[in-house]
Design a protein around this ligand. Structure first.
Ligand code: GDD
Ligand code: MN
Length: 381
């Protein structure tokens, strides 16, 4: 490291650290750093820019090194790891020297000229300040296709129950490091690190309207995989926020989807000439397997991971318990208990409810238990 490099960093440390996740943004880095510099100089704010790069291999590193010779710019390169925007941001935050943190995209969709307003909002007591496209005065780019704006609106609407913020999907925000939730409490996946922080941290958010401009150079890295990850992320946050009632709802939804598999296989087997009783017996297993997998991925994603086979067997046992309770309740109610004896459909429905409850409790206590012997929790995936 040359002597001149130290000179570009403020003596007492910067008063804001800008953290930018980057992936193949070589074409944007120079413009980004220059615009942040002009904006910060205009306000008299000491700054640094930390680029958290997922090993782009497009010359970004060299550009960042050159920039670092005359500006307070550093690039952290994450090697040999699956690329992930949220984790890149968290890594960048760890390297930041200031407690006042700003996160923004590299493609100049987020105006650096608004950083000062975000910091002002923090100074006035907000835990987190968001550059918001949907607050009064905010805008999205005119060039956005109908598909993209609808997509964005739907995503925002899905997050409604989690936060009153009008633009919780924004990737442009400021917060004080001391308001960061402990990193073991964070479980982000994909793009929405801002949403993760505000929901898990229970942060009081203030919105600063911005005009979001579409990138001029490079391309968006948001693809269907990120969209799928977003749905899983939302599910986790709902679970965090609403606890047991949402878990039960999720379990019920998984059960309903399993029923579709059950009946489809049941009919398919009969079409293939298999006896209906045998079909009934066989169709149960693919449905159980589906339910086990979905509950592992969604309903009980936060429970310790058991070895798959072990957990499958346990879940199958829980499902048989549910089935026996279901049919058993039907038999008892329809034989001896009014009004079920004279209304058998009621008995059937009551059986489903009681059986599902038994299934839930046994799955939760036996297959997806909160504590697992240490040597078992090693298997992940
Ligand atoms: N390190 C790293 N790893 N950076 C990434 C990755 C990754 O896997 N994927 C994207 N980035 C960086 C990009 O280089 C860019 O600086 C920033 O993250 C945003 O990526 P874009 O590809 O430009 O995303 P976008 O414009 O589609 O989405 C933006 O707008 C959304 C709202 O419409 C982001 O700000 C989203 O967070 C935001 O929700
Ligand atoms: Mn972008």
């Amino acid at each position: 490291m040359s002597d001149s490099k130290e000179d570009v960093f403020a003596e007492n440390g910067p008063s804001v650290s800008v953290v930018t996740p980057t992936f193949k943004e070589a074409a944007n880095l120079l413009a980004l750093a220059s615009r942040i510099r002009s904006a910060m100089e205009a306000e008299g704010i000491e700054w640094e820019l930390i680029l958290s790069d997922d090993d782009s291999g497009d010359g970004s590193e060299e550009i960042a090194r050159t920039l670092g010779e005359r500006l307070p710019v550093r690039m952290h390169v994450r090697r040999n790891r699956p690329r992930d925007l949220s984790e890149a941001v968290l890594d960048g935050i760890e390297l930041a020297r200031s407690d006042r943190l700003v996160v923004m995209d590299a493609d100049l969709s987020h105006p650096p000229e608004r950083i000062a307003d975000l910091l002002t909002a923090l100074d006035r007591g907000a835990d987190m300040a968001i550059g918001s496209r949907y607050a009064p005065g905010g805008r999205i780019d005119d060039s956005w296709s109908r598909y993209r704006s609808l997509n964005s609106r739907v995503a925002t609407w899905l997050a409604r129950p989690l936060t009153p913020c009008a633009d919780p999907m924004s990737g442009f925000f400021a917060l004080d490091r001391r308001r960061l939730p402990a990193s073991n409490r964070l479980h982000p996946i994909g793009y929405k690190i801002g949403l993760e922080l505000m929901v898990r941290g229970g942060l009081h958010v203030r919105e600063v309207p911005i005009r979001f401009v579409d990138r001029r150079r490079g391309w968006s890295k948001l693809n269907w995989r990120q969209q799928a990850a977003f749905l899983r992320h939302l599910h986790r946050l709902y679970l965090f926020r609403f606890g047991l009632p949402f878990r039960v709802l999720s379990f019920g939804a998984v059960g309903a989807s399993g029923l579709i598999i059950d009946t489809t296989v049941y009919f398919a087997l009969q079409r293939a000439g298999i006896d209906h009783l045998l079909s009934r017996f066989l169709s149960f297993w693919p449905a159980v397997t589906w339910n086990w997998r979905m509950n592992r991925l969604f309903t009980f994603h936060d429970r310790p991971r058991r070895a798959r086979v072990d957990q499958w067997v346990r879940f199958a046992v829980a499902s048989v318990v549910g089935l026996v309770t279901n049919v058993g309740s039907y038999a008892v109610l329809s034989s001896w208990v009014e009004p079920f004896a004279s209304h058998r459909l009621l008995a059937l429905l009551a059986g489903v409810v009681i059986g599902s409850a038994a299934n839930y409790v046994s799955a939760s206590r036996f297959a997806y238990r909160e504590t697992v012997p240490a040597r078992q929790s090693a298997d992940r995936g």
